[in-house]
Design a protein around this ligand. Sequence first.
Ligand code: ARG
Length: 407
Amino acid sequence: MSTIVLAYSGGLDTSVLLKRHILDGNRVIAMTLDLGESDGTAGAGASAALNAVRDKALALGAEAALLIDAKDRFIDEMALPALRANALYEGLYPMSAALSRPLIAALLVETAHEYGADAVSHGCTGKGNDQVRIEIAVKALDTSITALAPLREKPLSRPDAIAFARANGVPVPHTVDQPYSIDANLWGRSIEAGVLENPWTAPPEDAYAWTASPEKRPAAPETLVIDFERGIPSQAGLRGAQLLAALNKQAGAHGVGRIDLVEDRIVGVKSREVYECPGSIALITAHKALERLVLTRDELRFKTLLDQKWTELTYDGLWPSPLRKAIDAFNTALAERMTGRVRLRLHQGTCVAEGSSSPFGLYDERLATYGRDDAFKHDAAGGFIHLWGLPVELAARVADAALAPAR
Ligand code: ARG
């Protein structure tokens, strides 16, 4: 008999898993996280729904059922580093799911320590990214803990899961025949499977819950100002989880953050994924605009490469890697100057930075202007061009001379 901490969502698969662990003679501690998954929609009833998940785990025989509010940790430890890295996988996806898994793993391990458990368990299948992210993160935190993936070892078809549930007193949720597989937290909502599996099929409107459809978006644009203090965003005094919840609603109402992506998974397959990420897209748009104002050209060019690497490592489940941490340290150093404000304009599915200012801004109007106050040294440009182009000029001259006799 072992003690197992199970990452429990309350859905059919993890409920069946919980029951199976118990029938196999184990003690089960069910762990459910609140990562703000309802905070793009009305939000009301979210805590009631999560409390019902906890009650369900206890009714199924879990020895303890924890409901952990991990929203602040998710923002501080996962989302803000992602914002500093402008993380967009394959240029588009803000990585909401990818960011949550290492935190889920950390909480599984912490709970295992608290309850003296020797194993943790999750409901991921063998085809996805999430198993990779969770298991590598668990190993990096405590090699003595076994990570169990029963649905990977023995895949469970929908009909078999329902049959097992009926036979073992596991309530079958009415969401069981919902057309999509959904994962959500404050950084975004992901929608996959069902009709989306055909990449030629346009995502039906019913796939979306956080973003307004084109005919429901306001005709008039709306502007909002994001303030940054050393890289930490706020809006009208709202920060962290509250800021994201507010931005998801505000930008979502304009249809901002709909993403439709044929994406490359870690395990080698391409998959078609649809996302709604209004809040994170708004923040990344604002953050990039501030960086363009504050960072030097070399910093920006170099950071683009590091952002890409950070994003790939995190997507690929290598969150605990030393390189990812080192890039974070670089980003944290630059964030010392990331103070200022950006005005965003939301309109008909677009989010555009239309103004930026910062005490660290390197933009100098007197150097940039074409007006009378121009302070730029025009007469220095000729000499500069001569020296800057010298290597190219020399190479061209030498090539010409070397080729001449052959002609
Ligand atoms: N493809 C995305 C990712 O790997 C989303 C995964 C969503 N996970 C889920 N269990 N539905 O980050």
